[in-house]
Design a protein around this ligand. Structure first.
Ligand SMILES: Cc1cc2nc3c(=O)[nH]c(=O)nc-3n(C[C@H](O)[C@H](O)[C@H](O)COP(=O)(O)OP(=O)(O)OC[C@H]3O[C@@H](n4cnc5c(N)ncnc54)[C@H](O)[C@@H]3O)c2cc1C
Length: 459
């Protein structure tokens, strides 16, 4: 595939149906010649990095920062996701514990859970109008062998006293359907979680950093970053509107990272996903209060968040395209197109899955696609790009960035503004980007795909 760059004419998500005044904003007509920091990508990671860099510098020494964005502000995955701020505290964490040890896994779980409180506190402090609600999520399991695997991991974490896992409540098969309200539920787990309007959250961050002097340049794709710094230690970042030289370059380019940093070609892969909004004309007697994950098996799951306006955001629909057509999702950056199966998948969704929703007339209002940056070892890449002093990365969030990005960006700010070592930043050790990870040719994405369908011949 050619270099993964954002495409034109992306489908419009519900979140972006009323664009913010900064959507196509440029702080200046021309690009500045130099800047202390260049942040590439104006999504959740880029906006959070700018915010934390300013927050971690004294008032008298604010760094100059330019944010370069290929399309509109927050038009990537963040502007088109499910809005589910759901920390993983027992599912993937069980796998991490088995592979990397309990301490490292527990660190990730605590870091993700910290996001709920950190985002909640920030939204409250800044009075951000982004429909944030902190509640619980009900994760429904349908598949026996998947349940056995997840439950074993959960039991292990509980037995070892992992603090964040203690919040999780398990409901066994006898009462799962009644407790969850979901038809055919085999068992369910419930835990603290958040939901929000991600575009509004990020646009507020951008508004705030711009008022503190940050220069935002939308519709300005970066085409190249120099291979080596110049004699004053600055990197040259090239766009078709000119070049900027900077001491620090931060790649918050998620799915598109390898177009600029080819070292990540085997480590971060663009993966296309789908999301929808369902409108409910005749709400049922008990509308959803919690958010949901419906986990059908080891590779297929949907996620739902109820919204204050009574509509429901539902993401997923993998069963309609995943095994049938690998090219429709793997290494695919085209968020301008729909997959026909995914478009139809969300029709009658609530009626199919939830008791008491049969006569609600719930219908699909909109379906859109978005591009995630899947990391081949399932862990984000955060920190200094190996062998390129001054270049940093905060990317590869594998469809799970909401509970990982805000504080990862704080870690990046500590590395830049305080000269902290990675170990001093509070970032999970497993998120550190390293030469070993870049050299590895493991690919969890394709491994899961192969396991799902016995599709070796298609690899
Ligand atoms: C359909 C869908 C549903 C999802 N649902 C959830 C969910 O419910 N919960 C959850 O936790 N996560 C979810 N995710 C994942 C989540 O959205 C991401 O992890 C998160 O938004 C990543 O943020 P980011 O800033 O790293 O990337 P992005 O938001 O993609 O931002 C990267 C930005 O970089 C820009 N860029 C890239 N290359 C260049 C270049 N060369 N020059 C200039 N700019 C460039 C892009 O245009 C883009 O704006 C979902 C993702 C999708 C697609």
């Amino acid at each position: 595939m050619a270099k993964p760059l954002p495409v034109d004419h992306s489908l419009t998500s519900f979140w972006r149906s009323e664009p913010h005044s900064l959507d196509n904003f440029r702080s200046s007509e021309t690009l500045p010649e130099t800047s202390d920091i260049i942040i590439i990508g104006a999504g959740y990671a880029g906006a959070s990095t700018a915010y934390h860099c300013l927050d971690h510098s004294p008032a008298s020494e604010k760094p100059s920062i330019v944010i370069l964005e290929a399309r509109q502000a927050c038009s990537g995955a963040t502007g088109r996701n499910g809005g589910h701020l759901k920390p993983d505290v027992y599912n993937r964490i069980g796998n991490l514990a088995a592979e990397y040890g309990l301490e490292a896994a527990a660190e990730v779980a605590a870091f993700e859970m910290e996001h709920v409180s950190a985002v909640e506190a920030f939204v409250e402090k800044e009075k951000i109008d982004c429909d944030l609600e902190v509640n619980r999520v009900c994760e429904v399991q349908y598949d026996k062998s998947q349940l056995a695997k997840v439950k074993a991991g959960y039991d292990f974490l509980i037995a070892k006293g992992v603090e964040t896992t203690r919040d999780v409540e398990f409901t066994p098969p006898e009462s799962a359907e009644a407790v969850s309200g979901v038809k055919g539920a085999l068992a369910c787990f419930s835990q603290r979680t958040g939901r929000l309007w991600p575009y509004k959250f990020v646009m507020h961050l951008l508004e705030q950093v711009l008022s503190a002097g940050v220069n935002l340049q939308t519709n300005t794709p970066v085409t190249k970053v120099s291979e080596a710094p110049d004699t004053d230690g600055r990197w040259t970042v090239t766009t078709d509107r000119g070049s900027i030289r900077a001491k620090w370059v931060v790649f918050s380019t998620n799915a598109y990272t390898s177009a600029l940093v080819p070292e990540y070609k085997h480590s971060i892969i663009p993966v296309r996903g789908f999301c929808s909004r369902i409108v409910v004309p005749n709400p049922p007697p008990s509308p959803l209060e919690r958010s949901y994950t419906l986990r059908f098996n080891g590779w297929d799951y949907d996620y739902l968040i109820p919204r204050p306006d009574g509509s429901i955001i539902v993401g997923g629909g993998k069963s309609t395209y995943y095994q049938q057509d690998r090219d429709s999702w793997y290494n695919n950056t085209d968020d301008s197109r729909m997959v026909e199966g995914a478009r139809r998948y969300f029709d009658n969704y609530m009626q199919r899955h939830f008791h008491g929703w049969e006569n609600t007339g719930a219908y699909t209002d909109r379906v859109w696609s978005g591009i995630m940056g899947y990391s081949t070892d399932s862990l984000p890449h955060v920190g200094h790009v190996p062998r390129k002093p001054g270049q940093l990365i905060v990317a590869g969030f594998s469809g799970h960035g909401m509970p990982q990005i805000f504080l990862s960006a704080r870690g990046i700010a500590k590395l830049i503004m305080e000269g902290a070592s990675y170990e001093e930043t509070g970032l999970p050790r497993l998120f550190k980007t390293t030469e070993d990870r870049l050299q590895s040719r493991r690919n969890n994405i394709l491994q899961t795909y192969v396991q799902s369908s016995g599709a070796e011949s298609k690899l």
